[in-house]
Design a protein around this ligand. Structure first.
Ligand SMILES: Cc1cc2nc3c(=O)[nH]c(=O)nc-3n(C[C@H](O)[C@H](O)[C@H](O)COP(=O)(O)OP(=O)(O)OC[C@H]3O[C@@H](n4cnc5c(N)ncnc54)[C@H](O)[C@@H]3O)c2cc1C
Length: 431
C-alpha cells in the first residue's frame, strides 16, 4: 500500500488560499482529498429540501472538477467520520490526516475522537487555522482573558493585524494528489432534493465596500456583500476579504471582525452551545411562548410590515438583511415575549448562511443576554425602524405587496403595550 496524506475538507470548500490543504500538498506524501457527509448532521435536517446541502453539493462538484484538472480526484463519502477513516485506513497507508480547525462543540468532540484513534495507529492528525484571522488565544485582554466586549477586542485585533506578516497559501498551484477516480453521490442519494433557491455570487465590487457605511442599513438597497454563505462553507477566503477591506471601509472590516469575535466567544464560553444564555441570569425570564404567535411570526403574518417582509425574505430566499434580522429578532423576543432560542432555532433551519456563533451572537444580542448585547430596555419600534431605514417602503413593497389592503392582518400586539409588558418581565427576572 502506498503511503499517503489525507486532506479532509469541511468548512473550507476551495482550493485557493487554503492553509491546511497547502500544508498537505507541500508535504512528502501524495494527498487524497476527501469530504464526508455526516449522517449525524444530515439526519437532523427534517426538511429534505435544504439549500445548505445543495450549496455544499454544488461546491463539491466544482472542487472535484478543479482537483481532476490537477491530476487527482475528490473522494466524497457519506458515513460517520470515524468509520470513514477506519475504512480508508484499510485501503491506504495513511501517514497523516490534515484539516482546518472547526470551533463548534460537536466538531471539537468529533475531531478529538479521530485524533485519538489516529494516534493509536501512529497516524499524525493535524489541523490548521483557516476560517478566521485570529483564533482561540491570539487576541486576549491585558489580563490574558478573552474579551467579551467588541470594541476593545476589535482594537486589539487591528493592532495585531498591523504587526502580522500576511501569509498567502498558494494551495491552488500545488498538484501533489493521489491518482484516482471516484463517483460522486447525487443529492437524491444523500436523501435530499433541489430547492430552486438561487445562491448569491461570491463576487462583489470594491465600490460596494467603499459605499458600505453609507448604505448598509437600508434593506431596499442591494448594498451588502451577500458573502456570508461563502464564508460559512469556505468557498471564499477570509484572508482575501480582509485584504480587500483594508483602506476601503473600516465599517465593513468591523463586520468581518464581529465574525471572529463570535467564534471566540463560542470557543471560550462553551455553555452557550448548551442552550444557556451568555449572561445566565437572563434564563430567569418568564417567556410567554405563545405557539400561534410564533407561527404568525414565522410566516410573516404579524401585521407589522417590516417584520413580515423580513420573515418572507428569509422563507423564500434563505437570506435576510442584517438590519431586518435585528428587527425581527427584537420583535419576537420583546414584542411577543417568545424565548430567543425558538427564533435562533428557526433561523438555524432557514438561513443559508447559518452559523452557530454568529446566529447565537445575533439572537443573544437582541435578547439582551449576550456578551455585548443591546440593553434589555431598548425595544425597537418597528414603525420608527421603517421610517429610518425603509422610508420609501421599497423593501416592504417587495415582500409584502398587500400591506395596505384590507386582508393584511391587524398588528398582532400593540407596540406600546408590548414595550411595557416586556420591560416589566425583564425587571421581574433580573430583580
Ligand atoms: C438575529 C441574527 C442572526 C444572525 N445569524 C447569522 C448567521 O447565522 N450567520 C451569519 O453569517 N451571520 C448572521 N448574522 C449576522 C449578519 O446579519 C449576517 O452576517 C449578514 O446579514 C450577512 O449578509 P452579508 O454577507 O451581505 O454581510 P455584510 O454586511 O456584507 O458583512 C460581511 C460579512 O461580515 C460578517 N458579519 C456581518 N455582520 C455580522 C455580525 N453581526 N456577526 C457576525 N458576522 C457578521 C458576515 O460573515 C458577513 O458576510 C445574524 C444577525 C442577527 C441580528
Amino acid at each position: 500500500m502506498n503511503e499517503i496524506s489525507v486532506f479532509w475538507f469541511r468548512r473550507d470548500l476551495r482550493l485557493e488560499d487554503n492553509a491546511g490543504l497547502f500544508a498537505a500538498l507541500s508535504g512528502p506524501f501524495p494527498v487524497l482529498p476527501i469530504f464526508i457527509f455526516d449522517p449525524l448532521i444530515l439526519d437532523k435536517l427534517v426538511n429534505k429540501k435544504d439549500a445548505r446541502v445543495e450549496f455544499i453539493h454544488d461546491a463539491l462538484a466544482h472542487l472535484k472538477s478543479e482537483i481532476q484538472k490537477r491530476g487527482g480526484d475528490l473522494l466524497i463519502l457519506h458515513a460517520n467520520p470515524l468509520d470513514a477513516f477506519k475504512s480508508l485506513a484499510q485501503q491506504y497507508q495513511i501517514k497523516q490526516i490534515l484539516t482546518n480547525h472547526d470551533y463548534e462543540n460537536y466538531a471539537i468532540q468529533r475531531d478529538s475522537a479521530i485524533n485519538l484513534w489516529a494516534k493509536n495507529l501512529g497516524i499524525v492528525f493535524q489541523s490548521f487555522k483557516d476560517q478566521v484571522i485570529f483564533e482561540k488565544h491570539e487576541v486576549l485582554s491585558g489580563q490574558n482573558t478573552p474579551y467579551t466586549v467588541f470594541t476593545p477586542y476589535s482594537r486589539k485585533w487591528k493592532e495585531k493585524l498591523a504587526n502580522t506578516e500576511w501569509r498567502q497559501f498558494e494551495s491552488e498551484n500545488l498538484v501533489n494528489y493521489v491518482q484516482g477516480s471516484f463517483e460522486m453521490p447525487t443529492l437524491s442519494e444523500l436523501g435530499f432534493q433541489t430547492t430552486g433557491i438561487k445562491f448569491p455570487s461570491s463576487m462583489f465590487s470594491d465600490d460596494l465596500i467603499q459605499q458600505y457605511s453609507l448604505k448598509r442599513d437600508f434593506p431596499g438597497l442591494d448594498a451588502t456583500s451577500h458573502v456570508s454563505v461563502h464564508l460559512r462553507f469556505g468557498t471564499i477566503s477570509i484572508r482575501n476579504l480582509v485584504k480587500r477591506a483594508l483602506g476601503k471601509s473600516e465599517t465593513w472590516l468591523n463586520e468581518l471582525i464581529w465574525r471572529d469575535f463570535y467564534f471566540n466567544i463560542t470557543f471560550h464560553f462553551p455553555h452557550i452551545s448548551q442552550g444557556i444564555a451568555f449572561r445566565k441570569e437572563y434564563d430567569r425570564m418568564n417567556w410567554r411562548n405563545h405557539e400561534l404567535e410564533f407561527e404568525a411570526w414565522k410566516n410573516g403574518q404579524t401585521g407589522y410590515p417590516i417584520v413580515d417582509a423580513g420573515m418572507r425574505e428569509l422563507n423564500q430566499t434563505g437570506f435576510m438583511h442584517n438590519r431586518v434580522r435585528m428587527i425581527v429578532a427584537s420583535f419576537l423576543v420583546k414584542h411577543l415575549l417568545i424565548d430567543w432560542r425558538w427564533g435562533e432555532a428557526y433561523f438555524a433551519e432557514k438561513l443559508l448562511d447559518f452559523d452557530f456563533s454568529a446566529n447565537n451572537g445575533g439572537w443573544q444580542w437582541a435578547a439582551g443576554s449576550g456578551c455585548d448585547a443591546a440593553p434589555y430596555f431598548r425595544v425597537f419600534n418597528p414603525y420608527l425602524q421603517t421610517q429610518k431605514f425603509d422610508k420609501d417602503l421599497i423593501y416592504i413593497r417587495k415582500w409584502v405587496p398587500e400591506f395596505q389592503e384590507l386582508h393584511y392582518p391587524k398588528p398582532i400586539v400593540d407596540h406600546e403595550f408590548a414595550r411595557k409588558r416586556v420591560l416589566a418581565a425583564y425587571k421581574e427576572a433580573l430583580g
